[in-house]
Design a protein around this ligand. Structure first.
Ligand code: TMP
Length: 241
């Protein structure tokens, strides 16, 4: 029996519940709901919750093995993940290896250009403001993080990118870009939080360049469920090398 308590929060893709048994832990429940453009486009992706819970579990475990501090504790059902209770830092760290999405629009660069080195961008997590981009001075002025904390977020985001790129590359997936969120636990430790899934990353097939992530939903490209399943299949394959 899962010791699920009161609902604490409902987001666009997940619901957070109390965990009866330890006040320092909570349960993240993964929904099939999908939104894009700050919730303007709404839909469902069949079995997304199950797939994203499994993929996130695998990737959080991988990062943990490489010494990255995450909120992950255990996968306790198909759609439920036990995690450490954190206060989410309202910053979205975006890491980009290849030009796509908003970077392509902002500079008029073609999607697919490989960046000379990964770019880390910082955004304010706020749907009503449409997640505006922040520079370091905005972060300090808004007191979202201290200078040291921001430096830690940047460094950790780059480390996570290196670990995930290597793992995915062996499975013929190119990590184009991703969004990371961090939170602070009761002792003030900064932990990687939220999820790492085809909702929050762009994955392209290494050989064909086919998009295998939420862009298929955002851009109405079809084969949405199939693409999530394909990423799941590859992530659970043992490395081909
Ligand atoms: P972008 O190109 O639209 O800025 O997206 C960069 C990455 O961040 C991409 O992998 C998708 C992810 N992302 C989210 O997880 N949530 C969001 O709300 C947005 C806009 C992007």
């Amino acid at each position: 029996m899962i010791k699920k308590g009161r609902q604490l929060y409902e987001g666009k893709a997940k619901i957070v519940y109390e965990y009866k048994g330890d006040p320092n832990l909570v349960i993240q429940f993964f929904k099939d709901d999908a939104t894009a453009f700050d919730g303007v486009k709404k839909g469902k992706i069949g079995n997304k919750g199950i797939i994203n819970n499994s993929i996130s579990t695998r990737l959080f475990r991988l990062l943990g093995e490489h010494g990255i501090a995450t909120h992950f504790v255990d996968k306790i059902s198909e759609r439920d993940m036990l995690v450490k209770l954190v206060q989410i830092i309202p910053i979205e760290m975006i890491v980009r290896n290849i030009v796509a999405g908003s970077l392509s629009k902002r500079f008029g660069w073609d999607e697919g250009i490989v960046l000379k080195r990964p770019i880390v961008e910082v955004y304010y997590k706020s749907d009503p403001l449409h997640d505006p981009m922040l520079n370091d001075e905005h972060v300090m002025a808004l007191e979202l993080a201290t200078e040291d904390e921001l430096a830690y977020l940047r460094k950790t985001a780059r480390e996570i990118n290196e670990i995930l790129c290597a793992f995915l590359e062996e499975r013929d997936l190119v990590l184009v870009d991703m969004k990371l969120e961090f939170g602070k636990d009761a002792e003030g430790n900064i932990l990687l939080a939220d999820e790492i899934s085809p909702d929050t990353c762009r994955y392209w097939d290494k050989k064909t360049g086919e998009k295998l992530d939420k862009d298929r939903f955002r851009r109405d490209l079809g084969k949405v469920e199939e693409s999530y399943e394909e990423v799941y299949r590859r992530i659970f394959l043992e490395s081909s090398r």
